[in-house]
Design a protein around this ligand. Sequence first.
Ligand SMILES: Cc1cc2nc3c(=O)[nH]c(=O)nc-3n(C[C@H](O)[C@H](O)[C@H](O)COP(=O)(O)OP(=O)(O)OC[C@H]3O[C@@H](n4cnc5c(N)ncnc54)[C@H](O)[C@@H]3O)c2cc1C
Length: 460
Amino acid sequence: MPDSFDLIVIGSGPGGYICAIRAAQLGMKVACVEKRATLGGTCLNIGCIPSKALLQSSEEYWHTAHGLKDHGVIVDGVKLDLARMQARRAEVVTANVKGVEFLFRKNKVTWLKGTGRITGPGKVDVDGTEYETKNIVIATGSESMPLPGVEVDEKHIVTSTGGLELDKVPGHLVVIGGGYIGLELGSVWRRLGSEVTVVEFLDRIIPNMDGEISKSFERLLTRQGMKFRLGTKVTGARKGNDGVTLSIEPAKGGAAEELKADVVLLSIGRRAYTEGVGAGVGLDERGRVQTGAHYATNVPGIYAIGDCIAGPMLAHKAEDEGVAVAEIIAGQAGHVNYGAIPGVVYTWPEVASVGQTEEELKAAGAAYNVGKFPFAANGRARAMGETDGFVKLLADKATDRLLGAHIIGPEAGTLISELTMAIEFGASAEDVARMCHPHPTLEEAVKEAALAVAGRALNM
Ligand SMILES: Cc1cc2nc3c(=O)[nH]c(=O)nc-3n(C[C@H](O)[C@H](O)[C@H](O)COP(=O)(O)OP(=O)(O)OC[C@H]3O[C@@H](n4cnc5c(N)ncnc54)[C@H](O)[C@@H]3O)c2cc1C
């Protein structure tokens, strides 16, 4: 007789595994179903972690080859060992996925290996064995969005999965899609020597982020040698002996052109993965599991979280939902503040954002003040030789409450946490400005931008 559980989580990505651990902490008997050979989902296996490993390694390579001369450090004969770099990426992934296995053992979470299918309320089939459970959390994640006419083979036309595993630096890499995944992977291969062209349907890159940041980002990436074809759509791809030929044309209509590439990275976004969810669980018009209040689906006892439901497809959003839903099932008041979820692009410089963009505030007819401060006027940034970019804060005109924070510059992904906390705590720009910031740090640019909201920056 197979085991029965208080909770079965389907999927072990950051949403699912964190949910399973939190539920176990709260005293539930928990199982987590995972069909992949290793735990950790997209994030740990083929997403956040391997991409950051390659971003780090490629940055070390680029910096050693090009970034040290100014500091008076001369290094000759810098060479790339791509096989070692890729082996390191794999080692980083293994350490992380093994870490989740350890956490499952520590918290007595059972890993049910195989494909989970909900056969009815309180019933989950895993490769032919049916388990009973009081509650089910669907955390099946997402998959790369396909593009008609562009057939992925993960060798010449790759998704991010193949794009992380190339064993040769492509001569010309064409990235379809100017979102964060395409720009991060484009940066990796650019630093390692590829010519990189980004083709984007819209007239701007990172379309969900603040427009001013997006323009500055495009300029800085262009300076690094990346080329952009904005307002351009890809209508087809033809594979030949000498690479791939893409058919492109202006998004608004116009003459078609051909663009040759050695490798094409298709990264136009991701879509919810819900195969096997079953049991009459309702999906929305975009194929995501439909959830109401408290992550409940239309079927009692079945909940859903992470990339397979609405909201930003980010690991930390999935994790926070995993904690919240476990607490809700345990009768507590789990909650996620969707107004304070940071987003980071881990290129160099980094881009980070939390809260509302200037475009969103304008569209809502909100009255706001803007405070900006460039890293070029920050002592620490000058000492680092990293003066590109700026901090931009948006605060309510009447109350000074912080509404949005947008940073492009060194360590933006770290700097954003202070502002996420400020938004979470309902702080004003003046609260941030009056807080003592250590000197000399990049954080002082945040303080100065907060001062600039009231027109009283001190170092500019
Ligand atoms: C290249 C790349 C880079 C990224 N970088 C970042 C980043 O830097 N920061 C960030 O916040 N986000 C990043 N993301 C996004 C992040 O990976 C996702 O938001 C996150 O993984 C979503 O977590 P999840 O738990 O909802 O789903 P997933 O991580 O997708 O996990 C779902 C799991 O469920 C399993 N599964 C599905 N169906 C079944 C079934 N029926 N039975 C058993 N198992 C099943 C799958 O095998 C998978 O392991 C990146 C994504 C990619 C592709």
